[in-house]
Design a binder for this molecule. Structure first.
Ligand code: SF4
Ligand code: SF4
Length: 460
């Protein structure tokens, strides 16, 4: 009997709280949430497109950049631990794809050979590389608006060509990151009883009913064992006539220990996020930043053409991000090769990489702490202005820096714990357990030293 089966019948169900089940089953609730957010998205795009690209000049309007990079993105990072991929329920971009699909779709199957997460991983790396110089999304309202338009159009086009939510399942970089971090989340959507699913002659969650659509990401509640793919659309809650779906609180991080589904693109990105966000925080520090800029300048073939310089720097950002990601993933790979003998290094690398998800989230949070405070202070200041008051707050870099170090240390400690639990789960052989722990601990200590080195440099 596996963990899920043995625990059946004992789980509390948030859907039973007051009228929550009725609310999510209501056919107007989700479209209403999606529509309201779509209107808000359109307003953000409008303000982005009508602003001056450079916020330092007159006509520069920070509304779009603040809403997306200082509020929405940090809030996702800080809430994923509680709610997992709940954002995907509300997402207006995924909804736009759905709406287009309901009007017309070729309903083609998404090509088998692309049914993996590599495109989403590459898009994630490209967006953060292009952020540094080429598009400067976080500081450029026009670029931000075009980025939002690009993903909305992509979701629409994919909805028209392919069946279900191929965009959310295989392309969206935010979905990918939320999926990985939702393995840590404190809630899970699962079936109440696997036996009920097994005995149900019509799998309504798969085929759909009048009440709810077939699962748009091809999940099957009976066999679900991790949060990553489920976009919490609640269609299975609507379609299952047995009321066999539950949303339950649980111990955060359960999926990274217990799930058997582990994949190379996710493992690779877990390491990528740690080093990329450490690098980005390094660029906020004078010493680190100057070393990198001087190096990139020294490689410039022509000194005077600004446009070429931007592409050149961006090319370097892509190269650096790719190399440090490969280097970080390679560090664990080499550690495994050094301590294990006669094991499948690739599989062991994939399995043990999931121990680094807490560290990855902690660095992600550290990078977003400043932005979130900036966004919240912006809201306070603007609200104060509406009421003729002056509500201004100064951001204390010292405090933020200490918070970043606390996040890093907590992430490190949880990664060590996850390393022990994953190693114990994957082998009953004491020697192999110890080898797994050594490989994880060694790599985590290297990350911690690099993190402390960068985060204790003076901020610009
Ligand atoms: S419709 Fe409900 S009971 Fe039937 S297989 Fe799906 S989740 Fe299980
Ligand atoms: S139908 Fe159910 S399992 Fe599928 S994505 Fe929606 S909420 Fe998740």
């Amino acid at each position: 009997m596996d963990r899920n089966t043995s625990a059946e019948g004992k789980k509390s169900d948030l859907l039973d709280v007051y009228y929550f089940r009725n609310l999510v089953k209501n056919r107007f609730f989700k479209p209403a949430v999606n529509f309201i957010l779509f209107v808000f998205l359109s307003i953000i795009i409008y303000f982005g497109l009508t602003s001056e690209p450079d916020l330092r000049f007159a006509g520069g309007n920070p509304f779009a950049t603040t809403m997306i990079w200082d509020l929405w993105h940090p809030l996702l990072a800080f809430t994923v631990i509680l709610f997992g991929r709940l954002w995907c329920f509300a997402c207006p971009i995924g909804a736009a794809g759905d709406w287009a699909q309901s009007v017309f779709s070729l309903n083609k199957k998404y090509p088998e050979k692309y049914r993996n997460l590599w495109i989403a991983v590459i898009l994630f790396l490209l967006i953060f590389a292009a952020e540094r110089h080429l598009f400067m999304f976080t500081r450029n309202p026009v670029s931000t608006a075009y980025l939002l338009l690009f993903f909305t159009l992509l979701a629409v086009v994919m909805g028209i060509i392919f069946e279900k939510r191929s965009f959310c399942r295989y392309i969206c970089p935010i979905g990918l990151v939320l999926g990985i971090f939702s393995m840590l989340s404190a809630v899970e959507l699962r079936c109440k009883s696997r036996k009920t699913c097994h005995d149900h002659d019509i799998k309504e969650c798969i085929v759909g009913t009048e009440a709810g659509k077939p699962c748009p990401v091809d999940e099957f509640p009976q066999t679900m064992e991790r949060n990553n793919t489920c976009i919490m659309c609640m269609e299975c809650v609507k379609s299952c006539s047995k009321d066999n779906i539950r949303i339950s609180p649980r111990i955060p991080g359960a999926d990274i220990i217990h799930s058997n589904k582990k994949y190379l693109p996710e493992a690779y990105l877990v390491h990528g996020m740690i080093v990329i966000f450490l690098f980005v925080m390094g660029m906020e520090r004078f010493e680190f930043r100057n070393t990198i800029i001087d190096f990139v300048r020294s490689t410039l073939p022509i000194d005077s053409i600004t446009f070429l310089q931007l592409y050149w720097r961006n090319m370097w950002a892509i190269i650096i991000f790719t190399l440090i990601t490969l280097g970080a993933a390679g560090l664990l790979y080499v550690s495994i090769k050094a301590v294990f003998s006669g094991t499948n290094t690739k599989n062991t690398f994939i399995e043990l990489s999931y121990a680094f998800i807490p560290l990855s989230l902690s660095v992600y949070l550290a990078e977003n702490t400043f932005r979130l405070l900036k966004g919240i202070f912006f809201i306070f200041t603007e609200t104060g202005e509406m009421f003729g008051k002056v509500w201004e707050f100064a951001i204390d870099f010292e405090t933020i820096n200490q918070l970043q170090l606390v996040f890093l240390t907590l992430g490190f400690l949880f990664t060590l714990l996850a390393g022990v639990l994953i190693s114990k789960r994957r082998s009953h052989n004491r020697k192999e357990v110890l080898q797994g722990i050594i490989a994880v601990d060694f790599t985590a200590i290297v990350y911690l030293i690099i993190g402390f080195k960068i985060l204790t440099l003076p901020i610009i």
